[in-house]
Design a binder for this molecule. Structure first.
Ligand code: IPM
Ligand code: MG
Length: 364
């Protein structure tokens, strides 16, 4: 039976990089290696321009019905002044929340060919392989109350609410420990328990979960120290599990260790369905819509293509094919091909389409 992929390219470079993934899917389908049924919709500013909302109910329904959602990026200055509830990012938050994809996996891998593109010295990042496991559907992003109140005396008060319950921490911790078992058997749990009650509970629950994984070492780390250690000695980390907000920040830092934000894919997974065992899943690059370079055909499609590889791996169990797509990416980098964001010095660079075509050629 065909598997349903729902593509949401979004805004800015989202549409350009998604086009390269679509070519890879078309090729794999033509070879009978996959049997994906594709549909696509609008998200972010593109949806706002057409429907007046960041994502339509119809597209939301299609996302919920799909076996996997492949997402580009949303946002741009054009929509800076749209009402807050319809801002492009609202599409992303609604998708994450309604798909209930609470576990966001953000691997930061340093490709040997790119070690010199990192802002850090080669000797610090060679061989780097970190997995950030970010809680994605709770915390301060979604907590209520979330308000700005006019105090009437020329002052306003803004409130965001950081809130976590035991089950939310327990399930994300289990994802992190399970993954650590397939890698370096080490989990760092990052929070701010020195100032936040949610951090105290976070640490308590993660430590309880750790007892079920005696083969995995658990280290507690304060989130600010974690940020510092990521740039001081990043290879000390294997899996980092953390909340929604700290995960957002720490994953951008980890991304840059690898040379460019344009390299980092992500997978967001829900809980397995009680009867079918299937997980809702959402795949997106960690980078944004890059309005400054949109429309120029120069964006790096690697994070987007690597996100599709994660879909092959985590949603469809096509491990061998996922490995081949990832090897094709490493291969073109090894050949010296670079988009502008990962080019060193005056090396000649290629555009989005040429990079997509080179990866596809390697795959063949
Ligand atoms: C990310 C992004 C989003 C987030 C924005 C676009 C809402 O920064 O996926 O990391 O903060 O989660
Ligand atoms: Mg972010």
């Amino acid at each position: 039976m065909a598997q349903k992929l729902f593509l949401l390219p979004g805004d800015g470079i989202g549409t350009e990089i998604m086009a390269e993934v679509a070519k890879i899917i078309a090729y794999l389908n033509s070879q009978g290696e996959t049997d994906f049924e594709l549909d696509s919709g609008l998200a972010g500013g593109a949806a706002y321009d057409k429907y007046g909302v960041a994502i339509s109910d119809e597209d939301m329904g299609k996302a919920l019905a799909a076996d996997a959602v492949i997402f580009g990026a949303v946002g741009g200055p054009k929509w800076d002044n749209v009402p807050y509830e319809h801002r492009p990012e609202a599409a992303l938050l609604r998708l994450r929340k309604e798909l209930a994809v609470f576990a966001n996996l953000r691997p930061a891998i340093c490709y040997p060919a790119l070690a010199d593109a990192s802002a850090l010295k080669r000797e610090l990042i060679e061989g780097l392989d970190i997995l950030i496991v970010r809680e994605l559907t709770g915390g301060v992003y979604f907590g209520e109350p979330k308000t700005i109140t006019d105090l009437g005396n020329g002052q306003k008060r803004a409130i965001d609410t950081q809130v976590y319950e035991t089950y939310e921490i327990d399930r994300i911790a289990r994802v992190a420990f399970d993954l650590a078992r397939t890698r370096g058997h080490k989990v760092h749990s990052a929070d701010k328990k020195n100032v936040m009650k949610s951090g105290v509970l976070w640490d308590e629950v993660v430590k309880t979960v750790a007892k079920d994984y005696s083969d995995v070492t658990m280290h507690h780390i304060l989130a600010d120290n974690c940020a510092m250690q990521l740039v001081r000695n990043p290879r000390q980390f294997d899996v980092i599990v953390t909340d929604n907000l700290f995960g957002d920040i720490l994953s951008d830092t980890a991304a840059m260790l690898t040379g460019s934000l344009g390299m980092l894919p992500s997978a967001s997974l829900g809980a397995p369905d009680a009867t079918t065992g299937k997980r809702k899943a959402f795949y997106e690059p960690v980078h944004g819509s890059a309005p400054d370079i949109a429309g120029q055909g120069i964006a790096n499609p690697i994070a987007m293509i690597a996100s599709f590889a994660m879909a092959l791996r985590y949603s469809f169990g096509m491990i061998e094919l996922a490995n081949r797509v990832e090897a094709a990416i490493a291969g073109v980098l090894g050949d010296g091909l670079r988009t502008g964001d990962i080019a060193q010095d005056n090396r000649r660079t290629i555009g989005t389409e040429a990079m997509g075509a080179a990866i596809l050629a390697k795959l063949k």
